[in-house]
Design a protein around this ligand. Structure first.
Ligand SMILES: Nc1ncnc2c1ncn2[C@@H]1O[C@H](COP(=O)(O)OP(=O)(O)OP(=O)(O)O)[C@@H](O)[C@H]1O
Ligand SMILES: [Zn+2]
Length: 744
């Protein structure tokens, strides 16, 4: 043994806590740690879990450092994954420990499983025979293997009898093969014949995967054009090389159809990764990703932090979907971080959508992403014919929500034995309840929001914080009886109207807030696909990615709903949602149609939907963004300052603005003068303004918006501001949201 072997090490360890820095520890000679290994370390008065971030050198004695307690037998985090964690933290301004937490939450207990023993009869007779022993041997007859528990259970004896029979030579114990975490997959299990455009796109993806280098693609194809079919070819290419692929989906709990389709193509299911997968199973998948045993993961945004051993492909399905943005804890956009992870891993990246985000569209137009397009539906099917119902002219009567033309079309569809879908993106019965006598309106005490009436649950509910109260019969303000009146519709109210209009129809209301959770929704969506319902009424969860072969008519109850929010992405989001939901029609043998109820049929969003060609719409949105310096032409960050005391929160927000303007000048960025128009290369600090939801869960909220040119060092500025600015006091919190998606 030479000196270096005999010496201990000094290691930097990052703990998955709200800390940014690593801590130095002494590691005794016996441990010989490598970067990425998982260790137990003393921290404060306790011991905690951490990951070795760096080995700094050797040392003979701890000196004044604390000593690493032990090492966990878990697969180490690769350099690439550690780089990704560091990158994420730098970009989002989250403490590095919190970014690490995203990658290690399921690592705990991801040790290798101990070998399991199973038992088999040897055919030899035991030296001593008893009735109990005879029963155990009878249970083991036939040459099969059994667990100890199965044998002792069958014989009604204690497990020690099994051990005794092993000692006697009548049974033998053998190592059981570890049960597989994932099905084995076959790249060419059932290949479909691709159409010309599909084949072109698929072969571009296949060659990219073979190259083993970072290459980003935007796969843009109309609804039902076979995007899934195309990116399956990229998955197949990764499997052929024995390497790994990750497919991200915005609503993983609802993707049983997808898993089924995957199994038909590859002969087995991928590993599923999302919050409703049991902890134990998550740990096994985590480990399987690190050992390379798991080849394909289908998951929600958190799957991006799995410790893949050799990741060749990331697919972000429905890349435009808002669900990819995480808005609490570490605020990150999983689509954008997928780009980063793919580039660190040297993997192929596929962003797939029928209605890409403006950001991805611009990136494709500028050549940053290769643009693959599928312009027609597969199998010569047509996109649904869309028509507007002008609510100013042909709307329904007072207290009703379905225009006569829409009601007629639904009746005819059902009569033909086909399915219709009514879409309204609002849960509950009515978004507002008011007293006709005194005008009292029910609002949440914790939030700046009306309480939404839910008839099925007989309650008034706040959709922001979940606060629930019973709906009274008497007005709490003026004591008048029977004067409370619901205003406006939610899907429950549409269901009530539909039940009156179509008393014999099999109607299904789909909403994420009904009891039974994701499991129930999964079953109901399967029933819809089988044709068990005539009319489906649902919120945005019916819009996404489903294939309902019998569905031929989609009715949009209120197409204007999302347009008035003042959000810079309002038009884009409304277009995406409505294109997706109308795209559910006509995917089977029969052509589909969409009827769109709107007060603004001339709105660019409606025009794009009606003519079926979004090019003008995209061009217009892109030029609006460009002129306003909004993403992707400029960059945004929001600081949300909140507190139980409105005055303190507002004062802190103002103090932050003052602090921004008194930061010492630096070559790293330039700040626009307070109140002045920014020069093209300057960062502007806007606000503070009271947030549109000024009160949320009992906290008063003020927002600052930081607007920066694309090349400016936005993170550098934010870091200087948060470090150099005044400390928050009196329970005031500052949340940083880089690339905000929500402005509420
Ligand atoms: N080449 C093909 N051969 C046979 N069937 C195909 C082919 N391409 C697509 N299909 C079928 O067409 C339907 C739509 O395809 P797919 O779901 O892949 O489209 P998509 O573009 O992902 O749809 P969306 O974005 O609307 O969810 C599916 O039922 C699929 O099986
Ligand atoms: Zn509330």
């Amino acid at each position: 043994m030479n000196d270096a072997d005999a010496a201990g090490q000094i290691v930097e360890v990052l703990a998955p806590l709200a800390v940014d820095q690593t801590y130095s520890y002494f590691s005794p000679p016996a441990l010989r740690l490598a970067p990425g290994e998982h260790v137990e370390i003393p921290l404060g008065r306790q011991s905690t879990y951490g990951v070795v971030w760096e080995v700094r050198g050797s040392a003979d004695t701890p000196g004044n450092l604390k000593t690493v307690i032990s090492r966990y037998a878990r697969p180490p985090l690769s350099q690439k994954l550690r780089d990704f964690v560091d990158w994420l933290a730098r970009y989002t301004l989250a403490p590095r420990g919190m970014a690490l937490r995203l990658a290690t939450r399921s690592a705990e207990s991801a040790e290798a499983e101990p070998d399991r023993l199973v038992y088999r009869a040897t055919g030899a007779r035991p030296q001593r025979e008893t009735p109990t022993r005879a029963r155990v041997l009878a249970a083991a007859e036939g040459g099969l293997v059994f667990s100890k528990k199965a044998l002792s259970g069958a014989a009604g004896c204690s497990p020690s009898v099994v051990d005794a029979l092993v000692d006697d030579g009548a049974l033998e114990a053998i190592k059981a093969p570890a049960s597989a975490i994932a099905d084995s997959l076959t790249s060419d299990y059932a290949q479909s014949t691709l159409e010309t455009e599909q084949e072109k796109a698929a072969s571009a993806l296949r060659s990219s995967v073979a190259l083993r280098a970072y290459q980003p693609f935007l796969l843009e194809g109309v609804t039902g054009s076979g995007k899934t079919e195309v990116y399956f070819e990229a998955v197949a290419a990764a499997l052929e090389q024995g390497e790994q692929a990750l497919v991200m989906m915005p609503e993983i709990a609802l993707t049983s159809q997808f898993l089924e389709r995957f199994a038909q193509r590859f002969g087995g299911r991928p590993a599923e990764w999302h919050s409703s997968v049991a902890d134990r199973k998550r740990s096994r998948i985590w480990r399987g990703c690190a050992t390379g045993e798991v080849k394909v993961v289908v998951g929600a945004r958190s799957a991006l932090f799995l410790p893949f051993a050799n990741l060749r492909l990331i697919v972000v399905d429905e890349e435009h979907d808002g669900a990819y943005k995480q808005e609490d804890g570490v605020c990150y956009h999983a689509r954008d971080m997928a780009v980063v992870r793919a580039s660190i891993e040297g993997a192929t990246l596929v962003l797939s959508s029928a209605t890409p985000s403006i950001e991805s569209r611009v990136n494709a137009e500028l050549g940053r992403y290769a643009h693959l397009r599928l312009r027609a539906r597969a199998g010569a099917r047509l996109l649904p014919r869309a028509d507007a119902i002008d609510m100013r002219i042909e709307g329904p009567g007072q207290g009703r929500w379905l225009a006569p033309r829409l009601a007629r079309a639904i009746g005819e569809t059902i009569a033909r034995g086909e399915q219709a879908l009514l879409f309204l993106n609002r849960r509950g019965y009515a978004p507002l309840t008011l007293c006709r006598s005194c005008g009292h309106r029910f609002r949440c005490r914790q939030c700046d929001a009306w309480l939404v009436e839910h008839r099925f649950r007989r309650a008034l509910i706040c959709h922001h914080c979940g606060y629930v109260e019973q709906r009274p019969n008497v007005c709490p303000e003026c004591d008048a009886e029977e004067t409370l009146s619901p205003c406006g519709p939610g899907i429950e109210r549409i269901a009530e109207e539909a039940a009156k209009l179509f008393p014999n129809a099999r109607i299904l209301v789909l909403s994420s807030d009904f009891p039974g959770g994701a499991e129930r929704l999964r079953r109901e969506l399967e029933e819809v696909a089988k044709g068990s319902f005539d009319l489906i009424i649902g919120t945005q969860l019916v819009a996404k990615g489903h294939n309902f072969p019998y569905l031929t008519l989609v009715g949009v109850v209120d197409a204007d709903l999302g347009l008035g929010s003042g959000d810079p992405r309002a038009s884009e989001r409304t277009f995406q949602l409505l294109a997706q939901v109308t795209g559910r029609a006509g995917r089977g043998d029969k052509p589909g149609a969409a009827l769109i109820q709107t007060y603004h049929p001339e709105h660019p969003v409606m025009r794009a939907l009606l003519c079926g060609d979004p090019e003008d719409f995209y061009a217009q949105e892109i030029s609006l963004r460009e002129r306003a310096g909004l993403p992707p032409f400029g960059r945004l960050a929001a600081l949300i300052v909140s507190g139980r005391d409105a005055g303190l929160a507002e004062a802190h927000a103002r103090a932050l603005v003052r602090a921004a303007h008194s930061l010492p000048p630096t070559p790293a960025y330039r700040l626009a003068a307070a109140g002045g128009l920014p020069e093209p290369d300057e960062i502007a600090v806007l606000g503070p303004a009271e947030a549109p939801i000024a009160l949320l869960r009992g906290r008063f909220r003020f927002r600052l918006l930081i607007k920066a040119p694309r090349r400016a060092n936005l993170q550098g500025f934010l870091r200087d501001l948060l470090e150099g600015g005044p400390p928050a006091r009196g329970g005031v919190r500052v949340q940083v949201d880089v690339d905000p998606q929500s402005f509420l």
